[in-house]
Design a protein around this ligand. Structure first.
Ligand code: AVJ
Length: 324
């Protein structure tokens, strides 16, 4: 199949990332003494739709705040960052944000979205290419936490990594440090990483952002059980679990859990799992970073913070890091 011709892409690099088996991962997580699942499993079709609704909630400040920062500081971003660069997006999640970023830069030479989901990647990359005929688009299907060798597929010249949305918050702190080291290798010395990071703040604001009044986040969390029921022949009773979001101060993160309302047994893929009343399935971590805390972690990864942009209320940060 000639994808390039179909979608106006200049190139498509398929590293055939190993898709972690949903079944294996869920069964392992349910067998742990502290039951847990990885946040990436939220995003089936319904989960992605619910996440888009979350981004529009009054309580969920990150999306609109980050977009505001990219808009308000467009001139400064342009001044700080090289012209005619190759922009590499880690996870091609947000169409709005890459458009704002590209607008700020003027005209980068090349756009390289990296995403593990082939369909999602080709949709996004194709739409971007159709809208921006002057920018070369090279889609890369890979796990964005794996360093990717781009030398043969992108033009020479400066590289800018772009990682919005505070997606880095889903990683444990040590994994986040490892991601930064990998991103540094990908952009190379003299390259940049522009990364959106949610800030530590009043826990009441954080807890509201992850437990909205309308219950959209609760539905997003519970949808994981629906997905397990459908795809893994599970019999979770959705009414017997409730959504909980809590600030874990020692770990500096919001945690989402599903709390068992009673003692119960659940079957998944022919296996039985017992839940005590009050026992939780830990479904997500969303780590938050102080400005200095994040800059220190970046420095340790060989990325120097040239500028840390925030909004007027210090809710969210966008760091401009240079690979030194
Ligand atoms: C997509 C990981 C950035 O942690 O804020 C939103 C996901 N979870 N509400 C976040 C999420 C619940 C979101 N990230």
């Amino acid at each position: 199949m000639n994808i390039a011709a179909d979608t106006h892409l200049r190139g498509f690099l398929d590293l055939e990332p190993e898709l972690e088996d949903f079944r294996t991962a869920i069964l392992e997580g349910l067998a742990e003494p502290r039951k847990a699942t990885a946040a990436k499993f939220f995003y089936d079709e319904e989960g992605s739709r619910l996440f888009e609704r979350i981004c529009e909630l009054q309580e969920y400040y990150p999306t609109r705040t980050e977009c505001g920062i990219l808009r308000d500081h467009a001139a400064e971003l342009r001044r700080l960052l090289p012209e005619g660069a190759t922009v590499i997006e880690f996870g091609s999640g947000s169409a709005d944000k890459i458009r704002l970023f590209v607008q700020a830069l003027g005209r980068p030479q090349c756009y390289v979205p990296i995403d593990i989901s082939r369909d999602h990647l080709l949709d996004n990359a194709g739409a971007f290419a159709a809208e921006n005929p002057a920018i070369e688009v090279v889609a890369v299907c890979a796990d964005f936490t794996d360093p990717v060798r781009l030398d043969e597929v992108v033009p020479k010249g400066p590289r800018i990594g772009f990682f919005p949305g505070s997606t880095i918050g889903n990683l444990e702190r040590e994994e986040a440090a490892e991601f930064l080291r990998g991103a540094r290798r990908t952009v190379g010395q003299g390259g940049f990483l522009v990364i959106g990071v949610d800030l530590k703040k009043d826990p009441a604001i954080l807890e509201a952002a992850y437990d909205d009044a309308e219950g959209v986040t609760a539905a997003f969390n519970l949808n994981l059980l629906r997905r397990i029921n459908r795809e893994l022949d599970g019999d979770f009773e959705l009414n017997a679990f409730s959504h909980r979001a809590l600030w874990n101060d020692a770990e500096g993160r919001i945690e989402m859990h599903l709390v068992s309302e009673r003692d119960q047994a659940v079957a998944v893929a022919g296996r039985r799992f017992d839940f005590r009343e009050g026992e939780t399935l830990h479904t997500e971590n969303s780590h938050k970073y102080g400005l200095d805390e994040f800059r220190t972690m970046a420095e340790d990864a060989g990325l120097h913070a040239r500028r840390s942009l925030t909004d007027a209320n210090d809710l969210f940060s966008v760091h401009v890091l240079e690979a030194v």
